[in-house]
Ligand binder design. Sequence first.
Ligand code: GDP
Length: 140
Amino acid sequence: MATERTLSIIKPDATRRNLTGKINAKFEEAGLRIVAQKRIRLSVDQAQQFYAVHKERPFFGELTEFMASGPVVVQVLEGEGAVQKNRQVMGATNPKDAAPGTIRAEFAESVGENSVHGSDAPETAREEIAFFFSGLEIVG
Ligand code: GDP
């Protein structure tokens, strides 16, 4: 499998509980390398732009308000099959369905406040990485 990059976000519920290091350890233990990372605070407008694909979903307002409610850590993860590998490390969207040992099983508070975001496909990953990072900020 090819080396890939994927976009990860440590969400406000996790930064609030000081879980950045524990979550990063999960990525590194799985063989994912953090090749870019920054802590930022999104505006509601920026969160709406990032999640535009979900704008018709009933939870869009709740999701975008939540993503702007505190700091997030945006990061680029690199590794063999990084997109799928990260999805495995994250676990299912709803922590009740997440496999034991995954980030969401261990740390997520609810289906909405579920600690991490990860790109769902290589093409989405390219778009999402470009939303937050310039090439100069990514050091593999
Ligand atoms: P993901 O790819 O596993 O993050 O899941 P989705 O792409 O389906 O949803 C994007 C994000 O929207 C999720 O990570 C949740 O934060 C949020 N979300 C999804 N379903 C719900 C829901 O039923 N209620 C709320 N409040 N948020 C949701």
